[in-house]
Design a protein around this ligand. Structure first.
Ligand SMILES: Nc1nc2c(ncn2[C@@H]2O[C@H](COP(=O)(O)OP(=O)(O)OP(=O)(O)O)[C@@H](O)[C@H]2O)c(=O)[nH]1
Ligand SMILES: [Mg+2]
Length: 210
């Protein structure tokens, strides 16, 4: 059976992980990528219900995992629940190319096990403070792609975007960084391009020509 590539999405509570998925999935599907999602929440199916409600995917392509423990446990220490959800999606939809695993909101130390995913994104929120990139959080520093989200609110919270960019480049040591506004879609082409090229090994020339 064909197995789908897997991409984790981690980051602090409310940084915009689900909002990013809501922007990414339609763009990837436009590129012919067959997508499904596993969400993780502590004690509810909140994000899975939201994704099913907004109809970006048929509802049987979304599974909500209730971790019941610190979110990082289910994406790093013991990913069994997520692996079972992935297996169920692959069995029901053998045509899948890509499965996203959204972690429950966690702290800056939250990283994914590469037994669970092929690559992961770490989403931070400009509104949480412009010092976040230099706090040496392993999730932010080690992720395959760091996503600095909510760039639109920088002027309203007194966050210095130039400082964020300088610190992010310094701490990430050449690894990829995207700057996004999930309300408008700004910066999303770079994230889609990263997934197409780095995870799915497909050309994203269609995107970069726009
Ligand atoms: N202004 C602005 N708001 C955003 C952006 N991205 C997300 N939001 C808002 O931020 C809030 C949290 O977004 P979510 O996507 O639910 O965040 P999350 O990381 O999935 O949250 P948890 O799963 O609870 O950890 C929502 O009210 C979003 O509308 C953005 O780029 N700009
Ligand atoms: Mg979420």
């Amino acid at each position: 059976m064909k197995t789908a590539a897997r991409v984790g999405i981690g980051g602090p509570v409310g940084s915009g992980k689900t909002a990013l998925l809501e922007r990414l999935v339609p763009r990837l599907m436009q590129q012919g990528v067959e997508v499904a999602i596993v969400t993780n929440d502590l004690l509810t199916q909140e994000d899975a219900d939201r994704l099913k409600r907004n109809g970006i995917l048929p509802s049987d392509r979304v599974i909500g995992v209730e971790t019941g423990s610190c979110p990082h446990t289910a994406i790093r220490e013991d990913p069994t629940m997520n692996l079972l959800a992935i297996r169920a999606l692959e069995k029901a939809h053998p045509q899948l190319d890509l499965i996203f695993v959204e972690s429950g909101g966690d702290n800056l130390a939250s990283t994914f096990s590469y037994d669970l995913v092929d690559a992961y994104l770490f989403v931070i929120d400009v509104g949480a403070g412009d010092d976040i990139p230099r706090k040496n959080g392993p999730g932010f520093m080690q992720a395959d792609l760091a996503v600095i989200n909510k760039i639109d609110i920088a002027p309203f919270v007194g966050a210095d975007l130039d400082l964020i960019r300088r610190d992010a480049i310094d701490r990430r040591r050449g690894k990829a960084i995207a700057y996004t506004n999930c309300k408008t879609g700004e910066g999303l082409d770079q994230v889609v391009g990263f997934i197409l090229e780095t995870v799915l090994f497909r050309s994203s020339t269609v995107l970069s020509s726009h």
